[in-house]
Design a binder for this molecule. Structure first.
Ligand code: MSP
Length: 494
């Protein structure tokens, strides 16, 4: 089965920060889960390099805008590696393939495009015109300053898509998740859609519109098109159609409207299938405050990862708050999660069992002739992925990670109840069963963790001397095998 998951492409007017890392790790977890489950995954990310905002940042840095873009996009590529992102395409909107893709896309939607003049308040930071009634004290609802713009512009007949979009929403109740965001979008559409200005002529840093003098494409058309550029548009239409039907766009809540209203309308105009889903995640604040350069509280993912470790951060971000809701980042909260959940609950579980097995000689003699309590934990291990699947099918990353942690807790309880170290002398036969079931649960935990904490998962597979490449393997019983000497997975952070 084909599966396409995308991150937003990032504006390059500033350095990558925690918010960007969050969106990318979320998509990475979704991609890895699908791959473990045997799907043919295409996973794209990239940088959004055009538009007035980037042009002004380059100017402020006294740099040529292309040179500036080359420098900044590298920072986002580095972030992608730093967070162990398993993407297979990185789209830059300044690439030749993307220029060709945007221009071909424009041709496809041409029938819905006309020329008129536009005058209105424009927010450069949001790259969007703001309605007069929404401007308060010279600011857009987002708080960004607005400026008056008047220009000849190409317009897209968005108004003629109002009913078609509402019908689409009716027929596809899960198009937007979490469900709470769906109504916002439907109300926005019901409120009436105005035609959309989709070109700019006040600056040149953009994709030229075919057959027009001095107009570049509105940066959001350019940006949204990246998804199909990545799929091989316009050359490989079969792949574009197939992948788009199975696409999940992970986006932040503030850019949901672009993905859930404009993008579907453009795609309808172009005759390209709409994505399966747009998932809107929430925003992170830092120590209760909005992250901002001027306050100086922007969380740098590179720093946090160097200080605490990558899987530690990945865990925190998806355990601390429900995916879809807003969260607050603090080092104290991160340290607590590392000490309690990672070092104590998971780390000790793995360590206690595997060190014990090393003392016994470094391997186990498997015995599946379980008592009822052993069987219960064994069944829970074997069904872990089955419990995670329906949650992941709705991108409930929090629920899925929680399912892994339930098994961690159950396994810890089982150790406390069955006291394997006391069985060594007293009842070696029973010990084999207890260790068999515990190794099965550690192994299942490693599978469940695979998409979330890939390095940790690989370390556990390494200890157990197994491959751990696909969820199918979870069904295979352990054989008598030699284990590797374990080392602590999470040195304490405090
Ligand atoms: N370039 C557009 C997206 C175009 S997609 C076709 C853009 N870029 S952005 O760099 O401003 O934001 C990219 C993503 O980072 C968004 O999904 C946004 O929600 C996310 N975040 C930026 N700051 C964030 C937080 N503080 N917290 C969580 N995510 C946030 O918008």
């Amino acid at each position: 089965m084909q599966f396409f998951v995308s991150t937003p492409i990032y504006y390059i007017n500033g350095d990558p920060h925690l918010g960007h890392a969050y969106a990318s790790i979320a998509a990475d977890i979704i991609a890895r889960f699908a791959r473990f489950d045997g799907q043919d995954v295409h996973f794209s990310t990239g940088t959004d390099e055009h538009g007035i905002k980037v042009a002004r940042s380059a100017e402020a840095a006294h740099m040529d805008v292309q040179v500036f873009s080359d420098m900044m996009t590298m920072k986002f590529r580095n972030m992608s590696s730093k967070i162990n992102m398993s993407y297979n395409d990185f789209v830059r909107t300044t690439e030749a393939r993307h220029l060709a893709s945007c221009q071909a896309f424009w041709e496809l939607i041409q029938k819905d495009i006309y020329v008129d003049t536009y005058a209105g308040w424009y927010s450069a930071r949001d790259e969007e015109y703001v309605q007069k009634s929404d401007v308060v004290d010279g600011k857009a609802p987002s708080g960004a300053p607005v400026e008056w713009m008047e220009e000849e512009s190409y317009f897209f007949k968005l108004s003629s898509y109002q009913d078609k979009l509402l019908e689409w929403y009716d027929n596809n109740p899960d198009f937007i998740l979490p469900i709470s965001r769906r109504n916002e979008v439907i109300n926005f559409i019901r409120g009436g859609l105005k035609d959309l200005s989709i070109s700019r002529s006040k600056f040149t840093w953009g994709i030229p519109i075919p057959g027009s003098q001095g107009h570049v494409m509105y940066v959001w058309i350019d940006a949204l098109t990246n998804y199909i550029t990545s799929l091989g548009f316009p050359h490989d239409m079969a792949r574009v159609s197939e992948m788009m039907k199975n696409a999940i766009h992970v986006v932040g809540k503030e850019i949901l409207r672009f993905h859930a209203v404009y993008w579907p309308a453009f795609l309808m105009a172009a005759g390209i299938p709409l994505p399966k889903r747009v998932y809107a995640h929430g925003w992170w604040t830092c120590e209760g405050q909005k992250m901002s350069k001027s306050v100086g509280n922007v969380v740098d993912p590179f720093e946090i990862i160097d200080k605490y470790g990558l899987d530690q951060l990945r865990y925190f971000l998806f355990r601390e708050v429900k995916f879809g809701e807003d969260g607050d980042f603090s080092e104290a909260a991160l340290q607590k999660r590392i000490s309690f959940d990672l070092a104590n609950d998971l780390g000790n579980l793995v360590q206690r069992i595997l060190v014990f097995i090393q003392k016994l000689g470094g391997g186990i003699e498997v015995d599946y002739d379980f008592s009822s309590s052993e069987r219960k934990l064994f069944e829970r291990s074997r069904t872990l992925i089955a419990r995670m699947r329906p949650l992941m099918a709705r991108q409930d990353l929090y629920g899925a990670l929680n399912a892994v942690w339930e098994l961690v807790a159950e396994s810890n309880r089982f150790i406390n109840d069955s006291r394997p170290w006391e069985l060594a002398k007293r009842d070696p036969e029973k010990l084999n069963k207890v260790l068999t079931v515990l190794c099965e649960s550690i192994r299942s935990i490693a599978f469940g963790l695979g998409p979330f904490l890939p390095d940790t998962s690989q370390k556990i597979f390494g200890f157990l001397n197994i491959e751990g490449k696909s969820f199918d393997e979870i069904e295979v019983d352990f054989k008598n095998q030699a284990f590797q000497e374990p080392f602590p997975l999470f040195p304490k952070a405090m």
